[in-house]
Design a protein around this ligand. Structure first.
Ligand SMILES: Cc1cc2nc3c(=O)[nH]c(=O)nc-3n(C[C@H](O)[C@H](O)[C@H](O)COP(=O)(O)O)c2cc1C
Length: 388
């Protein structure tokens, strides 16, 4: 059955980004009904929403009254997404107002709700806004923090809505686990993702094929399950998630430095990054093609082992094993050798591996072995978190 999403749009400048979000949701074959507030229609007009959604668009309760729209939309929705959510909309939703179609629909629905606030920094930091957000979160709704960046006009700061591609990815991760609960509320999660590279000479690098897709899905899944998530990000070619802190790294050394600061604060560390096992012996000059070269490799620091050797009490550490054969055996050996709580193993071959949207993983702990079968990376991310 098609998933029915109500896309609520309130009157912030970021409303224009939700046009792209609507396009992405439609491309993913969701049935989307757009419910803009009257203010939102000052930013993007009805014809745009109607043409792209392929549906009539209303903003008032006293429109299409023969259908009693707010009740119909609220009852039929599988998910309500409000993007952008203005300070005013958050206030009205927290207070239980029903004075327009969007707030009345929110009141008429038992579907999960995800709010994406977007506003100037002062409005975001205002006690009234923060109190309204606390009310909504206590009620079980998801409120995704805005990011720092360009705001309306020339200023910058926290308050910017995540990019449509990031919101789209988050929605897909949310829908990958029906009935997902906020079971990581209060937990601090650290995820490493992407690949690292090591210099061969001042121009060339040795790297790996990691796309960062799996780690990004884990960041999003942990966020949706209520955790405060930070990520250390190597080379990636995926839509990066938003996070409490996103630290960019290039090589094993910078990954190690970032881990030294970030790991101390985490309750759960998931090492999804493909960190180089080797680094070429230093070449300060560009290698020339005139004569054949052999590159000597030194082993890099074992960052997973360092983490488990220095783990703080109660900290859970998850490692990854990408192998080309004997998946179970290799994963069990790595679990024992690295001293982590869980190893996520996956087999790399011609059919599957880095960069694919689907995967097949095996979870190995001291007490259990769980095989995922073929799943999306969003489903795999939830399965990993279910077992941490
Ligand atoms: C140019 C302009 C940009 C605005 N941008 C925002 C915004 O990004 N976030 C916000 O909370 N309010 C913003 N506002 C204020 C809201 O439009 C205003 O509070 C309105 O009452 C919100 O109505 P609604 O919540 O029903 O959509 C903006 C107003 C103007 C004129």
């Amino acid at each position: 059955m098609t998933t029915k999403i109500v896309l609520g749009v309130s009157g912030g400048i970021a409303a224009y980004k939700s046009v792209t979000l609507l396009r992405l949701l439609k491309k993913s074959h969701f049935e989307v009904t757009v419910v803009p507030t009257e203010s939102a229609l000052n930013f993007v007009g009805k014809p745009t929403w109607e043409a792209i959604s392929g549906k009539e668009v209303h903003s008032k309760v006293f429109q299409a009254t023969n259908q009693v729209l707010h009740v119909k939309l609220g009852q039929e929705a599988d998910l309500i997404v409000v993007a952008p959510a203005t300070a005013d909309l958050l206030y009205r939703a927290a207070a239980g107002a029903g004075n327009d179609l969007l707030t009345a629909t929110l009141l008429s629905s038992k579907a999960p709700v995800i709010f994406f606030p977007a506003m100037h920094t002062e409005m975001w930091e205002h006690a009234a806004t923060q109190e309204n957000i606390a009310i909504l979160r206590n009620r079980g709704h998801l409120v995704i923090n805005p990011v720092s960046g360009e705001l309306t006009g020339s200023d910058e700061g926290i308050g910017r809505m995540p990019e449509p591609e990031q919101i789209h990815a988050l929605i897909k991760t949310f829908l990958a686990k029906p009935g997902v609960k906020q079971d990581l509320k209060g937990k601090r999660v650290l995820v490493t993702l992407g690949g690292t590279s090591e210099s061969i000479d001042p121009i060339r690098v040795i790297t790996n094929k990691s796309s960062g897709e799996m780690g990004s899905a884990i960041v999003r899944a942990a966020q949706l399950r209520g955790a405060t998530v930070s990520a250390i990000v190597g080379n990636t070619n995926t839509v990066l998630p938003t996070a409490e802190r996103l630290i960019s790294v290039t090589d094993t050394n910078s990954m190690s430095e970032a881990l030294a600061t970030e790991a101390k604060m985490a309750d759960l560390i998931i090492m999804a990054a493909a960190i180089s096992d080797f680094r070429p012996r230093q070449n300060l000059e560009k290698l020339e093609r005139s004569n054949t070269q052999s590159i000597e490799l030194d082993a890099t620091e074992d960052l997973l082992l360092n983490l488990t050797n220095n783990r703080r009490p109660g900290q859970t550490i998850v490692g990854f094993a990408a192998v080309t054969s004997d998946l179970l055996l290799n994963a069990q050996q790595k679990l024992a050798k690295k001293g982590c709580d869980l190893i996520v193993g996956n087999l790399i071959n011609d059919q599957q591996g880095f960069g694919d949207l689907q995967t097949e993983i095996i979870l190995v702990s001291k007490s259990a072995v769980i095989e995922s079968g073929v799943v999306t990376k969003n489903q795999a991310a939830h399965l990993i978190l279910d077992n941490c």
